[in-house]
Design a protein. Structure first.
Length: 97
């Protein structure tokens, strides 16, 4: 979650400051080291790497999301899977070969 200053910077500059992304990534990686099978954390790791332009790392986590939904009846998990799939369809991940 962005603090008020970061929210204003995002509005002004159109993106989140890289330091905020790096801080978020540190927290997400720490959480992932404790619980590697949490879909919420995994999707946010993928999205954070994507926002940082680290697409190879992002793809690893986003593809993992597609295979890890344990409760398909859970609307939140379905949304995470849809979100990961949508990001993977973007030009950063589409392969021509």
């Amino acid at each position: 979650m962005l603090d008020p200053v970061d929210k204003e910077m995002e509005k002004a500059f159109g993106s989140v400051p890289n330091a905020s992304l790096e801080s978020a990534l540190e927290d997400l990686l720490a959480a992932n080291s404790v619980a590697t099978d949490e879909i919420e954390n995994t999707v946010f790791l993928g999205k954070t790497y994507d926002a940082m332009g680290l697409h190879e790392n992002a793809e690893t986590y986003l593809r993992k999301v597609l295979t890890m939904s344990r409760e398909p009846e859970c609307a939140v998990e379905r949304e995470y899977v849809k979100e990961a799939a949508k990001i993977l369809e973007s030009e950063n991940y589409t392969k021509d070969s």
